[in-house]
Ligand binder design. Structure first.
Ligand code: CP3
Length: 341
């Protein structure tokens, strides 16, 4: 039993007194109590130590009281479990020293037993659930197969992911084989997370907006749909695609409980493109949390008025920025909590 079930109600499309609120990437980055842990342990140690991951997960809940927690981890633990080396470098971010470029590289990618390879994530979920004591739901997540492939092929972050796109367009069959391997692992991983106790899962398609609409259908959406189909009978599924407004219609038909919207798409257009029935999540420009708190409060009220209080989850349009002052994050959360029609 979950004491505050506003988030789950919104996912099920039920009427609520006010919308639920959480912030993408709320665990980490801008929190001083997170920085204290970051100073002591490197990134993947934090991910792989259930005591640390669960602690970082509940930090923002204790401080701000969001309506949902998101497990501290990373989308790149999945390629790691598939035998691909992933490092986190302070200067470049994610770095994969042996990127996937050939047929043989794809052959070598493993399909792991996720319960073993990612047991530390499942343990972190158990520990987090104990710490949350049923206060709020816990969200588990994974990257979309396309977004994971972007890192696997490119070898690091990129403004264009040109090597990942070149791989898809010059060797489509090989690319599809890799995407299918990532999809199967992701499905098994998310199913294990649900068994471990998460109340919802979110798929982050952070780099979906790199693709044209038809290429998106072929190289990203087809695989996300497989994940939605496999998880939908077990839990609530949220799909967030950054820069993917053109796919909102397809997403709304997918059976997902909610669709994430980034800040480049108006609430009105998002409602129109999704047919007005599915729950939407978003979409304040993360940089807007740099505005003064009174402006943030006004923007939040406007945002809720535009999306409507029901079938809506207040959030940012992408992850919170590291330089956001704490009282600004607090103003965002409280403005949603104090919303009156
Ligand atoms: O939402 C949360 O607070 C839970 C934790 C979470 C992290 N990564 C922790 C993290 C989540 C949901 C992610 C997802 C993730 N990771 C995405 C998809 C979401 C998005 O923002 O688009 C992507 C693309 C990644 C890959 C990744 N991991 C990058 C590009 C970076 C470096 C730059 C950055 O975002 O800070 C990371 C590292 C990372 N993952 C950090 C954190 C807190 C920062 C590094 C550190 O703490 O040492």
């Amino acid at each position: 039993m979950i004491k505050n079930d506003l988030f789950l109600k919104a996912l099920r499309g039920e009427t609520v007194s006010r919308p639920p609120v959480w912030m993408m990437r709320q665990a980490g980055r801008y929190l001083p109590e997170f920085m204290a842990i970051r100073d002591k342990y490197d990134f993947f140690t934090r991910c792989q130590t259930p005591e640390l991951a669960s602690e970082i997960t509940v930090q923002p809940i204790r401080r701000f009281g969001m309506d949902a927690a998101i497990l501290f981890s990373d989308i790149l633990v999945v390629p790691q479990a598939m035998g691909i080396e992933v490092q986190m470098r302070s200067d470049v971010g994610p770095y994969l020293p042996h990127p996937i470029r050939t047929e043989k590289d794809v052959d070598a990618v493993q399909l792991p037993e996720v319960d073993q390879a990612l047991d530390y994530v499942l343990k972190a979920i158990h520990m987090t659930l104990e710490k949350l004591e049923g206060e709020v739901p816990l969200i588990g997540f994974a990257g979309s197969p396309w977004t994971i492939m972007c890192y696997c092929v490119q070898g690091q972050g990129s403004k264009s992911f040109d090597k990942a796109k070149a791989f898809c367009f010059s060797r489509p069959e090989t690319a599809h084989r890799l995407l299918q391997k990532i999809t199967e692992t992701t499905i098994a991983y998310l199913q294990a997370k649900v068994r471990a106790g998460v109340n919802a899962v979110q798929i982050f398609d952070s780099w979906g907006g790199m693709l044209s609409a038809p290429d998106y259908s072929e190289f990203s959406w087809a695989y996300i749909q497989q994940i939605v189909d496999a998880l939908k009978p077990l839990t609530e599924v949220i799909v967030f695609g950054k820069g993917c407004w053109f796919a909102l219609g397809e997403m709304a038909q997918s059976g997902a409980s909610a669709i994430g919207v980034d800040w480049t798409c108006s609430a009105r257009n998002a409602r129109y493109l999704t047919g007005g029935k599915v729950t939407l999540q978003g979409n304040l420009d993360p940089a807007r949390l740099l505005s003064p708190p009174n402006v943030i409060r006004e923007l939040v009220t406007q945002m809720i008025n535009e999306f409507g209080k029901d079938r809506y989850i207040a959030n940012l349009g992408h992850g919170i920025l590291p330089n956001v002052p704490l009282d600004h994050a607090n103003a965002f959360i409280n403005a949603v909590k104090q919303y009156k029609e």
